[in-house]
Design a protein around this ligand. Structure first.
Ligand SMILES: *Cc1c(COP(=O)(O)O)cnc(C)c1O
Length: 428
């Protein structure tokens, strides 16, 4: 097992934990939710930004060799000299997509390809923090309930760190994600029921057997890992953010993390203005959009969408997500499953990036927001591609159909190539 440590990192800049519901402050020892509010009391990690600004500047950052999210270690809640997983996380490409921009009617569009993370999704950013915290607390087992990506990243990071993993999955998790888990040596428990039921079972098992709980919605440290995708977007855009950043929303941790990153970059004086957040949900799983629009507390729903990674009926982190969108002067839109499948197709064809349904959701949302006038045609945007399309090939196949089956003598070749406009029809 190879472990690397951050050479010069010997200070932890975490100041306290702040409850987003009742505003209580706690020392950084408290593990999951606010003791006063219970399970709904989501905590947020606060840092000593004045101290961070003294050691971390745009210039010192530019000189850092790490091509991973550990380049932002001062802004992460990890202890001094903590062991880090050897598996690389973050510093994924930010790619300009001009044809796709034209197609959806935007002046400028970038794709942040987080499907390129070690296990193929943005969740690696959170799981990497999870295994570091588990090790700091001397746990040997880490557990997680997930619709798929959090699980596969948890299992992969655990394998990289020499920890064992126990995973609770809902029944409908896509097969490729389940296979990833088994390859990474996780103990995989497929719960005959919903994500919510898998989540409850995982909570109980962690309490009973004392395992480290990676469930990111209620673990305040994990969402800090998701924040790094926003920090990278800021740095890769050379501190000139786009007008909008579009993120698909399930539990709400990712969009809250991305917004926190921009808030921090502004607080540290690295960035003069912040982008507006566009939160995108699937029509059949949109309780956060409803809470955002009505201003009422979240009403749980029964989720129905092909985008399994955002099929969350009881999002734990809805409050942080709603606050992020409000503070950024952002917006929320819902898209149908057909719009999601369509976005998988045109994103692949016009950019070469293969997005899983929940990732293509961000692109579909941008397209709809432009069509509805929420996002202006002169605007620039980043769409965060949160997971790789190979993780759910069945949905992808539904979007694109099948290849042409031809005989080895090539008899059908000419007709097919003509039909596809790849060659000119021959004069007969
Ligand atoms: C988890 C996930 C999301 C949504 O993140 P939340 O923190 O649950 O809002 C979006 N896309 C993919 C691919 C994911 O795995």
């Amino acid at each position: 097992m190879v472990l690397s440590t951050c050479g010069s990192f010997d200070v932890n800049f975490v100041q306290d934990l702040h409850c987003v519901f009742c505003d209580s402050l706690y020392p950084a020892r408290v593990l999951s939710t606010c003791p006063r509010c219970g399970i709904t009391g989501i905590l947020d990690v606060e840092y000593n930004y004045a101290a961070i600004a003294r050691s971390l500047t745009r210039r010192t950052l530019a000189e850092r060799p790490e091509r991973s999210h550990w380049r932002y270690r001062e802004l992460l809640p990890i202890g001094e000299g903590s062991a880090l997983p050897a598996l690389s996380v973050g510093w994924t490409p930010l790619t300009l997509a001009p044809s796709l921009a034209r197609h959806i009617g935007l002046r400028m569009l970038f794709l942040k390809d987080d499907g390129r993370n070690a296990t193929g999704s943005l969740k690696d950013r959170a799981s990497a923090i999870g295994v570091v915290k588990a090790r700091e607390k001397r746990h040997k087992i880490i557990a997680c309930a997930s619709t798929g990506n959090a699980a596969s990243s948890c299992a992969g990071m655990a394998a990289s760190m020499g920890l064992r993993s126990v995973i609770f999955l809902p029944e409908r998790a896509p097969e490729p994600k389940v296979t990833q888990l088994l390859i990474f040596g996780a103990t995989v428990l497929r719960v005959r029921g919903s994500y919510e039921q898998a989540f409850q079972l995982c909570q109980q098992a962690c309490e009973r057997w004392g395992w480290y709980n990676r469930n990111s919605a209620i673990n305040p440290y994990l969402v800090e890992g998701k924040k790094t995708v926003g920090l990278e977007i800021g740095e890769q855009l050379e501190w000139q953010p786009t007008d909008w950043v579009a993120v698909s929303v399930g539990d709400g941790c990712t969009i809250a993390g991305v917004w926190k990153a921009f808030r921090e970059m502004k607080a540290l004086g690295w960035m003069a203005r912040t982008p507006r957040m566009l939160g995108v949900q699937a029509e059949g799983a949109a309780p956060i959009t409803t809470a955002f629009r009505t201003g009422a507390p979240l009403e749980p729903i029964e989720p129905h969408t092909i985008a399994d990674s955002i099929a969350v009926g009881v999002p734990r982190n809805w409050k942080k997500a709603v606050l992020a969108i409000q503070e950024s002067d952002g917006a929320m839109v819902n898209v149908s499953d057909d719009e999601i499948l369509d976005a998988m197709r045109y994103t692949g064809r016009l950019s070469g990036i293969f997005a899983e349904p929940a990732a293509a959701t961000a692109v579909a949302g941008l397209r709809r927001a432009v069509a509805e006038g929420t996002v202006g045609r002169r605007a620039s945007a980043v769409a965060v591609i949160t997971g790789n399309g190979l993780k759910d090939v069945r949905s992808a196949s539904a979007a694109v159909g099948t290849p042409f089956d031809i005989s080895p003598d090539g008899a059908e070749l000419q007709n097919i190539l003509q039909a596809k406009d790849l060659i000119m029809a021959e004069a007969s």
